[in-house]
Design a protein. Structure first.
Length: 131
C-alpha cells in the first residue's frame, strides 16, 4: 500500500513539476509558470483534482528542492540581463520592465510595482516593453 502512495506521488511530481536546479526555479508544467510563494494555494486554485494531502506533500517537496529560491529572488537576479534565452517550461509572454530597479514581469504586475516609484498611468518613464 505504501508503495502505491509513493508511486502516485512520484507521478504527480513528474506530471506537475519541472525543476531547474541551476536557477533554483520550480515550474508548474501544466500552467507553464514559476510556482509563486504560496505554492499550496496555486494547487488549490488551478489543480482541483489534487487532494489536500497531496497539495501539502507537493508543497513540502518543492520547498525542499536543493537550491530552491523564491520566484521574486530569481526575477531580481535575472533583471539586469538585457537578453536571456527562454527557460524551458515557462510560457513566453511579453512583459514590462521597470527602468528604475529592473523589476520585470507581466504588464499589470509591473504597473502595480512601478507605482512604488511614483509612476502615474499614461507616463512611460518607469517601464519599457520587452519583446
Amino acid at each position: 500500500m505504501m508503495d502505491d502512495n509513493h508511486s502516485v506521488f512520484n507521478k504527480l511530481v513528474n506530471d506537475l513539476i519541472l525543476y531547474h536546479q541551476d536557477l533554483g526555479l520550480a515550474i508548474c508544467q501544466p500552467c507553464q509558470v514559476a510556482f509563486p510563494k504560496d505554492i499550496e494555494r496555486h494547487f488549490q486554485n488551478y489543480h482541483k483534482s489534487v487532494t489536500v494531502s497531496e497539495r501539502r506533500s507537493l508543497t513540502h517537496y518543492i520547498k525542499s528542492l536543493p537550491g530552491k529560491q523564491e520566484v521574486d529572488v530569481i526575477r531580481t537576479s535575472l533583471a539586469t540581463e538585457v537578453e536571456r534565452e527562454a527557460i524551458k517550461g515557462l510560457k513566453i509572454i511579453n512583459g514590462l520592465k521597470c527602468n528604475v530597479c529592473h523589476f520585470f514581469g507581466g504588464n499589470s504586475r509591473v504597473e502595480r510595482h512601478c507605482r512604488s516609484h511614483s509612476w502615474v498611468v499614461g507616463q512611460r518613464t518607469f517601464y519599457l516593453v520587452l519583446n
